[in-house]
Design a protein. Structure first.
Length: 240
């Protein structure tokens, strides 16, 4: 079952101060709109189970815009369009033009999906390519308590922030001949996670350029690996 959906979700933020001396307690209560179009895939036997793992796919910069057909160019949505079935709920949002992925919008999307569909909150997986690979790394740092495992492809992140999501299983992929996003971007993240005691995986394709995703998403081992993981509690570390 494949369904095309446009969504509008609202993320509420509230901040309050604590009374001290002659300072009075105040509260900021605003609504931050988060608007994203996305493709939604539900497994054929969706109604037969109480909860399903969720796979979120983040596309690259070339698929930005307001035409969801563009999102089917690569990755899981391309495979689904060709008839492949997945044992996940698969959600493929589209980033608007001239923007990068925004973590607060993706978290709002996760909240909306959990409210509307049979999502197993302990089996939420994030993957993405190029710009979506960066988005995958960034979302893991932003909301590590929400994610069971990630599979970033030809992306990169802030290695100084790796300690905040070192409990999340990672399998990264990159092409050795990638000149668009150099392989060192993945390698640095993997090394940073290892320094935190994690055991991430990294696959470098010796002959691949920027397209490290076609072979990755056609490999059934990726999906088996994702499904083998459940959400773990974050390590107790304060952000500084």
């Amino acid at each position: 079952m494949k369904t095309l959906v446009m969504m509008l979700c609202v993320l509420g933020l509230a901040v309050s101060s604590v009374r001290a001396d002659d300072q009075t307690a105040q509260q900021l209560d605003v609504q931050v709109p988060a608007k994203l179009g996305y493709l939604l895939y539900l497994p054929q036997d969706y109604e037969q189970k109480e909860a399903w793992p969720l796979l979120v796919f983040l596309h690259g910069s070339g698929e930005r815009g307001d035409d969801l057909e563009l999102v089917k160019k690569h990755g899981p949505p391309k495979l689904i369009a060709a008839g492949k079935e997945f044992p996940f709920i698969v959600v493929s949002p589209q980033c608007p033009k001239n923007r990068w992925w925004r973590e607060f919008e993706l978290v709002a999307l996760l909240d909306d999906l959990a409210a509307k569909h049979k999502v197993d909150q302990d089996r939420v997986y994030i993957t993405g390519l190029s710009m979506g690979g960066f988005g995958t790394w960034n979302l893991a740092e932003y909301a590590p308590e929400r994610i069971a495992a990630i599979a970033p492809i030809c992306g990169g992140g802030d290695r100084q922030r790796a300690k905040y999501f070192s409990h999340i299983p990672v399998w990264a992929f990159h092409g050795a001949k990638d000149t668009g996003v150099l392989p060192i971007r993945s390698e640095e993240m993997i090394e940073a996670l290892k320094k935190e005691g994690a055991e991430p995986k990294l696959t470098i394709y010796p002959e691949a350029g920027h397209d490290a995703w076609t072979e990755t998403y056609e490999n059934p081992e990726l999906y088996e690996w994702l499904l083998s993981h459940k959400r773990q509690p974050p390590k107790e570390k304060s952000k500084k």
